[in-house]
Design a binder for this molecule. Sequence first.
Ligand code: EPZ
Length: 430
Amino acid sequence: MEQYAIRGGNPLVGEVEIGGAKNAALPILAASTMTDETVYIDNIPDVRDINVLLDAMENIGVLIKRTDRHKVVLNAGNIGNVVLEDEALKKIRSSYYLVGALLGKYKHAEVVLPGGCDIGSRPIDQHIKGFRALGATVTIEHGLIKAKAERLVGNHIYMDVSSVGATINVMMAATMAEGMTIIENAAKEPHVVDLANFLNSMGANIKGAGTDVIRIKGVVKLHGTEYTVIPDQIEAGTFMFAAAVTKGDVTVKNVIPKHLESITAKLLEIGCEVEETDDCIRVVASKPLQHTHVKTLPYPGFPTDMQPQIAVALALSEGTSIVTESIFENRFKYVDELTRMGASIKVEGNTAIITGVDKYTGASISAPDLRAGAALVIAALAAEGTSTVDDIKYIQRGYEDFHLKLQSLGAQIELVQTEKDFRKFKLRTG
Ligand code: EPZ
């Protein structure tokens, strides 16, 4: 069984290259099925969720060539099937993006219901409402979402909640619908904007992505394109907080600082120094960390995908902090694990009350989901002594070469397979 062995105590120091955004690349790959022409996509992260989606797309006849680790060439001109029942697809959230994409182009899609991280109930009512508003019949049968339409016709759609997934899915379906679709209360996350830019580069007519109101004028056909995915806001934020937690000095490279504003603001509040240049951000943590309060919100608010990472920093800060999770109700599952390392956190409903402690101590812990897993690794890097982190398959869903990038910053972390590997690691690291 793979696990990370970590010897804590080294401040992370150096520069780290940030990869392409998983949550932008996933819908972009799905949307590349909407043209018969060839699509070239660069800056695709080599992570498990992406690879599962690519395998499923290959199974329905999309020709896919990885020309290097981060570049793919796709041609969906010969799709033979719009029914996707792959077992592996059940495990990822983004499988449902194939519904929006295939419904948009072929007016028919049947895809297994999505899984993804267990961070709370994850309804898809807004996706279904949007597809229906465009004229599709949508049913859920035998574990599949089935969406079918004679024709799709633009409509005015008001999202009851700001949902990244629903905004993206409805945007894709509406791209080739007849007439104008207006999505109100749309999600504004950078990956929503990136997908709109990608679709526009294929000939779509989408305006307003990044604001509350997206206007999509349907087009008959999309063409091939070359596109580079934006940098991963959450991977960057994770390394920025790793610098804070380990009292380090880390520069994240190839980022869009604008996308990281809410994260930078919190790092400044807790006493870190942050320097921005065009596409780099340096975080230096030379003073004791201070407490603060934070509430997760849709973009441009503080991201729910950064909530465990900031909590790990606040639990080592002076004073009492309050973290409110307003997006997903089950995102405090890391608290028990962090408590085993010495943190003092009380969860009441969607709020965690954190009393700062002086240090963490190493322990055997498990990653409960992707972001919480990454946060626990960071905690272990700051802890006194050795830790092991199990269930790293969750972390590998969304972080490429996580342990290697951390090693390059001076972390003592290794991927170990056996008890013997672990003993060797302990001998080496003291
Ligand atoms: C995306 O999930 C991301 N996943 C998540 O990242 C991220 O946490 C989340 O957006 C919020 O930013 C991908 O992009 C693949 P939502 P998604 O629809 O689209 C409610 C990670 O770690 N809702 O924006 O599933 C929902 O319950 C992952 O990379 C409805 O009520 O999130 C939640 O409270 C984890 N009905 C809120 O909206 C719906 O039909 C926001 O969810 C849809 C959503």
